[in-house]
Unconditional design. Structure first.
Length: 156
């Protein structure tokens, strides 16, 4: 699966791997820097790491981004994607996303889904640029503050 719109060389030094228990503190720090991402407890992050639902991207010797997702039958749901502030606009999110989709595809997923806050125009534009399409809306899905979720999907 090729990554449309990815700059040549932009992700060449980015390494993506399964999240380990030792990465939980870095993952929580990245989530705290990302107000649009869902904030999860250390216990939840550890459980996700153990269940192998999480990927981390390393850049310049640091955890630069995280992505949590899961496969169910032929579908893959992206649960959370966040990049540390100091690593944004360097291809980290794109590299994480395509690595997750490749992994999910190898496990049988052919449809990929996620939801974002309706006000998160940057995320909607990011996913749209990569081939995701708006496919629905969930009214009052988010809390603190209450907000609709925009559903996006990608079909392979």
């Amino acid at each position: 699966m090729n990554a449309p719109g990815e700059k040549m060389g932009a992700s060449s030094e980015i390494t993506v791997r399964q999240m380990a228990a030792a990465d939980v503190a870095a993952a929580q720090s990245i989530l705290k820097q990302s107000p649009q991402a869902s904030m999860w407890s250390q216990e939840t992050l550890l459980e996700i790491a153990i269940q192998r639902y999480a990927l981390v991207a390393e850049l310049d010797g640091s955890i630069a981004g995280i992505l949590f997702g899961r496969v169910a039958a032929d579908e893959y749901e992206i649960l959370n994607l966040a990049v540390a502030q100091s690593f944004r606009r360097r291809g980290v999110a794109t590299r994480l996303l395509w690595a997750a989709l490749e992994n999910a595809y190898s496990e049988g997923a052919r449809q990929f889904y996620l939801e974002v806050r309706a006000s998160n125009e940057g995320a909607i534009a990011f996913y749209s640029q990569l081939g995701f399409h708006v496919c629905g809306r969930r009214t009052d899905y988010y809390s603190d503050p209450v907000e609709d979720a925009v559903l996006l999907n990608f079909h392979k």
